[in-house]
Structure formats: C-alpha cells, structure tokens
Write a protein that binds this ligand. Structure first.
Ligand code: TYM
Length: 333
C-alpha cells in the first residue's frame, strides 16, 4: 500500500455511543475517500482509556463501532479497518514522538484543558499526551489527509509540527498530513446548549442524537431542541445559535444551501422546521442503524474482519516503525 495512491487515515474513540456530530463531522465522509485514496480507519480504544471505562462496556462499544464503520460504507476488503490496541506499533511510536513533543505544546491543547475540567479527579498523563498517540496513529501510515471534524483541527496541526520537527532532524521519514474538515456540519452543536459541541459525554441525553437512536427518540429530541423567541429560520450563529445549528444539520442531511432552507421555511414556525430536521435526520441515519444491527448479529464474522484488518495495519505500520527505529539509533532486533 505504501505508496501507490494518496492515503486517508482517520479514527474514532469507542468511548460511548456515537452521535450525529461524529457521523456528520467525520464518519459519513470516510467512505467517500475510497477510490481516490487508500483508506485506513481505526477504532482507537487506547485513546478511550484516558478517561475511566467500564471494561465490558469498552469491549461492547469497540465491537459495535467497528460494525458501525462498516455500516457507514467502509468496505473492509478495500480499506484497512482495525482496532488500535491490536497493533502495538501505535503505542511504540507514541513513545518516540513523546520525546519530540514539547510540554508547552501539549499544555496548549484545548481538548486537554476541557477534559481536565470535566475529569478533574483523573488528570492523568495519558490525557496530557493523548495528541502524541494520535500523531503516531496518523504518521505510522504516512497519511496525506485526515478527515475529521473541526474540534480535531488543533491535534492534526500539532501532528504536522511533530512530523516536521522529526523530519528536520532525520530527513524525510514522515508524510506531513493535512486535516480535511467539512464545510457544513464540521461542528455539530448540542441541541440544549448550542454554544457547546454535541458530545456523547454530556449528562443531558436531549442534547445529542445518537446514530442508534430510534426514529421516535430522534423526533422527540429535535422537538425539544433549544431555539429562540424570534420564530425566524435564518442563519446567524452568533445571535441565533440554536436555529443555526439546526440549519447546519438540515443542510448536512439534505444538501440544501442556507438560502434554500431560509426560503423553504419563510413565514413558517419553528415547529414545522424542527419536524423537517428530525425527519431528514431519521432518513439519514436509518441505513446506518439497520446495517449495524444486522452486522452485530454475526460476531464471528466481525472477529474475522478485526483480525485481518489488524494484520494488514501491522504490515503497513511496520515499514514506518522500522525506519523510525533505525533513525533514532535503536539496535536492529
Ligand atoms: P472523537 O472520537 O471524539 O470523534 C470522532 C470524529 O468525530 C468528529 N466529531 C464531530 N464532528 C462534528 N461535530 C461534532 N459535534 C463532533 N464530535 C466529534 C471528530 O472531529 C472526529 O473526527 N482524537 C480523536 C480520535 C483520533 C483520531 C486519530 C482522529 C485518534 N487518533 C487520528 C484522526 C486521526 C477523537 O477523539 O475523535
């Protein structure tokens, strides 16, 4: 695989059920790279343990997420799809990259600051060095593009800085990757507090839509979404964050422009608008939900795919890891 076509790499944490934000910001776009790119996608269970996980839940979420990625359209025969902890090179390269990453750089990461606040009783070193493991994920596969939501832009920037620094010392070892962030719905916001991003770790389940939510639940959550008192469907994220977020979701689900949406709902109330957003989202997520349920019924097949995916990932990553070992001065094994 290294290096015929350009490479697309991305990853997602199995730290709970995935949301509409994950789907719109990242997952739905991953399959679209198949064809023009060699694609490598990963379920990052090692990242997930930076916050405490129940082991049985983590196993379940990792397996379900693996199935969901296939349900979203990733073809495990054509792309490499695997579980991070199956490939030890990730942790191995992360250690080396830790030695090329500055304390000050990690200390500036917004996600670290946010997670330190929300997990004040467990600000562990893994939470702090999380971005170097993420850089290892990307650099191991010589990725050219990294399709992610807006919230991961800073981490990909840091990955680039680390790659450039390492290459500066040892010559061209790593491809310097670019983040690929969508124009609409790159940052889906909470339905209850639209100034915050939609996140599965919120305490209020009305604030997020899960990919596995049933149609009734999706419709109910949209009906309860926070808007404003103006009764006007107009895009203005500063003044009208709730309505603008719903417009973003509707645009992401239907492909309509903001102007087309404004015209469609001119003179109509928020009730009608919310129903339309709910229905479009139900249809968007329906195939993913149904395919996931079907795939989860055959665990043996999922286990087989996890094994072959990890074998392919290990083969590709060993190329980079051997080069790194040699460059930094480790003796040959
Ligand atoms: P994670 O697991 O939090 O999210 C997975 C993907 O979903 C996107 N996303 C969103 N997009 C739009 N709106 C939202 N509300 C929203 N919430 C999440 C994220 O931007 C991401 O693309 N650190 C990463 C996982 C990771 C990774 C990597 C990604 C580990 N190694 C290497 C790319 C390359 C994370 O926590 O994503």
């Amino acid at each position: 695989m290294i290096k015929g076509k350009k490479i697309s790499f991305s990853a997602i944490q199995p730290s709970g059920n995935i949301t509409l934000g994950n789907y719109m910001g990242a997952l739905r776009r991953w399959p679209t790279f198949q064809g023009d790119y060699d694609c490598i996608y990963c379920v990052v269970d090692e990242h997930a343990i930076t916050v405490r996980q129940n082991p049985a839940d983590l196993r379940h979420h990792s397996l379900e997420l693996f199935a969901q990625l296939i349900a979203c359209g990733i073809d495990p025969e054509r792309s490499i799809l695997f579980i991070q902890s199956f490939v030890p090179a990730h942790a191995e390269l992360a250690w080396v990259l830790n030695c090329f990453t500055m304390f000050g750089e990690l200390n500036r990461m917004t996600q670290f600051k946010e997670k330190s606040l929300s997990h004040a009783d467990n600000i562990n070193a893994g939470l702090f060095t999380y971005p170097t493991l993420m850089a290892a994920d990307i650099l191991l596969y010589q990725a050219d593009v990294v399709p992610v939501g807006e919230d991961q832009r800073q981490h990909v920037e840091l990955c680039r800085d680390i790659a450039i620094r390492f290459n500066g010392v040892y010559g061209d070892v790593f491809t310097v990757p670019e983040a690929e962030i969508p124009k609409t719905a790159g940052r889906v916001m909470s339905l209850q507090e639209p100034e915050k991003k939609m996140s599965k770790s919120s305490d209020n389940e009305n604030s997020y839509i899960l990919v596995m939510d049933s149609p009734d639940v999706i419709m109910r959550k949209f009906k309860r979404a926070v808007t404003d008192s103006q009764a006007e469907v107009r895009y203005d994220p500063e003044q009208k964050p709730g309505v603008s977020n719903l417009m973003d979701i509707y645009a992401g689900a239907t492909g309509l422009s903001m102007e087309e949406i404004r015209r469609q709902f001119e003179g109509k109330g928020y009730g009608e608008f919310k129903t339309a957003v709910g229905e479009a989202t139900v249809e968007l997520l329906r195939p993913v939900r149904e395919n996931t349920l079907r795939l989860m019924a055959d665990k043996g097949e999922l286990e087989r795919l996890m094994k072959t995916g990890a074998e392919k990932a290990a083969a590709v990553s060993s190329y980079t890891m051997n080069k790194v070992r040699k460059k930094v001065g480790f003796l040959p094994r």
